[in-house]
Design a protein around this ligand. Structure first.
Ligand code: SF4
Length: 229
């Protein structure tokens, strides 16, 4: 059963405290530069992060982790470098679509591409072929300083199992719940809070809240399950 808004707010804030106490601060997203974060956000679509790491490693070895250098690569060469991330032909097209906008419209400067009010920059990213809401929000939140809460399949599964949202909730509606509920921090803490909140949910989703046989018995969010409080 879906929870009353006040109870859900209390539990969602408590959920962070429980995860944070359990995992510590996660220092996410893995990436040495904002550009690497953006490339990783595209490469991680439909694949595990371990595969993305291999592709990023190959890009670094080829000294191609730079907007202009990457855009100058023949597409077949880029596809070969990112092959470990899977769907490498589609992802090559997506990377090149992103690079085209970055280089041709913003002089290759991520700072310029990310400049402006969050809704405007978000629309800019969503207009790039192959960048959907999750990828755009990941770029906004982790490669820049835009407050754009990231929703993914883990978020939806964890939230619906706890009665915090319906199973078939849309990306937009679940993001609205998170924004309305988790905006209580001081301005200088808010960005880190949302970055780390999503990272904590990914840890829970990967290691505990699996599609089948969730490991509730040892999960730090067990005390927030319906009927446990
Ligand atoms: S594993 Fe169980 S306790 Fe943990 S988030 Fe999923 S449903 Fe909740």
């Amino acid at each position: 059963m879906l929870k009353h808004t006040a109870l859900r707010t209390r539990q969602l804030r408590q959920a962070y405290d429980l995860m944070r106490a359990y995992f510590g601060h996660l220092q996410w997203w893995p990436g040495e530069t904002p550009f690497e974060v953006c490339v990783g956000a595209i490469l991680t679509q439909n694949t595990a992060w371990t595969n993305v790491e291999k592709a990023l490693h190959q890009l670094k070895q080829a000294k191609a982790l730079d907007p202009r250098k990457m855009y100058a690569l023949p597409p077949a060469e880029l596809a070969e470098l990112i092959r470990p991330a899977g769907y490498f032909n589609i992802k090559t097209k997506r990377l090149r679509a992103f690079l085209k906008v970055l280089i041709e419209d913003f002089e290759g400067s991520l700072t310029k591409l990310m400049h402006g009010p969050t809704p405007l920059v978000r629309e800019r990213l969503l207009a790039v072929n192959g960048i959907g809401p999750e990828t755009a929000d990941s770029m906004l939140l982790y490669a820049s300083t835009h407050l754009s809460f990231v929703i993914d399949a883990y978020t939806k599964r964890i939230f619906s199992r706890h009665g915090w949202c319906a199973e078939d909730i849309t990306y937009h509606d679940l993001q609205t719940i998170c924004v309305n509920t988790l905006s209580q921090k001081a301005p200088d803490e808010q960005l880190d809070y949302w970055q780390d909140y999503h990272a904590q949910l990914v840890m829970i989703g990967k290691d505990y809240c699996r599609p089948k046989n969730p490991r509730c018995d040892t999960c730090p969010l067990q005390c927030l399950l319906p009927g446990k409080h």
